[in-house]
Design a protein around this ligand. Structure first.
Ligand SMILES: *Cc1c(COP(=O)(O)O)cnc(C)c1O
Length: 438
């Protein structure tokens, strides 16, 4: 059976696409290890981990067999009034591996929902303290937290979707984005900007939500651990909950199991998603402390007001348990370190290309920030022609490969990035009719 591209074009939305201005899509028929097999038989080395989720690579036998085993017994059952071993064991593991104060787990269906849940938790917590005036959310610019309405409201106010949906998007409080790079001592201004916001609005603020260390889809920016440390201290000083969105950073991507470990701090509420199931099936989770849970219980509702139909889907839980078991071997640490070392070396030459503004590497993330917006579809085709799957967006050409990628395969990705960045530097980028987000 060949892929019906015509039907796809006419009837199916892809992420951030239009039904009339169609961009090319590539039919994939299989994926194994770090390779995607296109419908026509071509193989591509994957530099995306399928939007950062597939950290162990595709078709990993341990995850497949865990899911197959689960499927035989219980693929799904409602979670209202019912529980199952798959959820219990997953939550037990999550509590063990996340920072100490996090003891309660809400299993959600996707990252955006985990963020919605975190925001609701924070609001209900303050209701429980009789401080209903604390009903605003603070964040920093250049963030990304998802595409649902509350999640959108804390995305970057310019890069995000605030203007297009007007009053339907809640007006939140935006501190300046952290500007000191990772590995450097945070500039005083940086922290002062956040403190000024908290000093002015702390009394109305329920929570500060941040992506720890790495701002992902908002710009692939790695910021100083001092800033995160200071954010924790400032939240305590101004009596504001700290929510860390570890959806992109969690499970080893930045070189620590969770990015907040770079700053040695713990949040009151934490969101995980993306790599939670090793990227095999959608699942996310929001964890909170005893203190937050107790606050929610004493709110007027008396219960936490959320409960998705597919909450704690056993199949998804089984994939997550298998993925966590793979991470528990600790092998990822050396792998991520090796990727970091190699990318630092291999991407450095890009710094001299005229189109390249900055080269950044942290953990298993390599980024070329260009001066101008790139044409995603055009660059995509260049990458496919070079046998790799890399999907640039905005001004960014970046990779987040599966941790098990070999040195040779990683070199193919770096080489392709350099070649395509060089090509883009030469061309005058006036063909950006279809600049796409995704
Ligand atoms: C991807 C992402 C989300 C949204 O997750 P979805 O599963 O796409 O809803 C939220 N926060 C961060 C930091 C992300 O990277």
């Amino acid at each position: 059976m060949s892929i019906d591209y015509c039907f796809d074009r006419q009837h199916i939305w892809h992420p951030y696409t239009s039904m009339s201005h169609t961009l090319p899509v590539y039919g994939v028929k299989a994926a194994e290890g770090v390779r995607l097999t296109l419908e026509d038989g071509r193989e591509l080395i994957d530099g995306t981990s399928s939007w950062w989720a597939c950290v162990h690579g595709y078709s990993h036998p341990a995850i497949l067999s865990a899911m197959e085993e689960q499927l035989k017994h219980l693929s799904h059952v409602m979670f209202g009034g019912i529980t199952h071993e798959s959820a219990i064991e997953l939550c037990r593991q999550l509590i063990t591996i996340t920072p100490e104060p996090l003891t309660k787990v809400f299993l959600a269906d996707s990252g955006s929902i985990a963020v919605e849940v975190a925001l609701k938790m924070a609001l209900q917590y303050w209701q429980g303290q009789n401080k209903t005036e604390k009903n605003r959310i603070m964040t920093v610019k250049q963030g990304y937290h998802g595409d649902t309405f509350a999640a959108m409201s804390v995305c970057d106010p310019e890069g995000g979707m605030h203007t297009m949906f007007g009053d339907n998007v809640a007006r939140q409080l935006f501190a300046p984005a952290p500007s000191t790079p990772f590995g450097e001592t945070a500039k005083a201004d940086d922290i002062a900007g956040l403190e000024a916001m908290l000093a002015e609005h702390g009394k109305q603020t329920a929570a500060l939500i941040l992506e720890p260390i790495m701002q992902g889809a908002g710009g692939m920016w790695f910021y100083s651990a001092d800033y995160l440390k200071a954010a924790r201290a400032l939240c305590d000083k101004y009596d504001v909950l700290l929510i860390l969105d570890e959806i992109a950073t969690g499970f080893g991507r930045t070189g620590k199991l969770f990015a907040c470990e770079h700053a040695d701090i713990a949040p009151d509420i934490m969101c995980v998603g993306k790599a939670l199931t090793g990227g095999y099936i959608s699942l996310a989770a929001t964890l909170c402390s005893d203190k937050v849970a107790a606050g929610i219980d004493s709110s007027p509702a008396g219960v936490f007001m959320h409960g998705p139909t597919f909450m704690a889907n056993p199949l998804a839980c089984s994939a997550a348990r298998a993925s966590l078991a793979l991470l528990a071997s600790g092998k990822w640490q050396a792998q991520v370190k090796a990727i970091e070392t190699q990318l630092k070396q291999e991407l450095a030459p890009a710094a001299v290309l005229p189109g390249v503004k900055a080269v950044r590497v942290l953990g298993a993330v390599g980024v070329l920030e260009m001066h101008k917006q790139v044409n995603t579809a055009a660059l995509q085709a260049e990458f496919v022609a070079r046998g790799v799957w890399i999907r640039p967006f905005g001004k960014l050409i970046y990779i987040m490969p599966p941790y098990g990628i070999s040195a040779e395969e990683l070199s193919c990705l770096s080489r392709a990035m350099l070649e395509v960045a060089a090509l883009t530097s030469e061309q005058n980028q006036d063909d950006n009719a279809f600049v796409s987000h995704g």
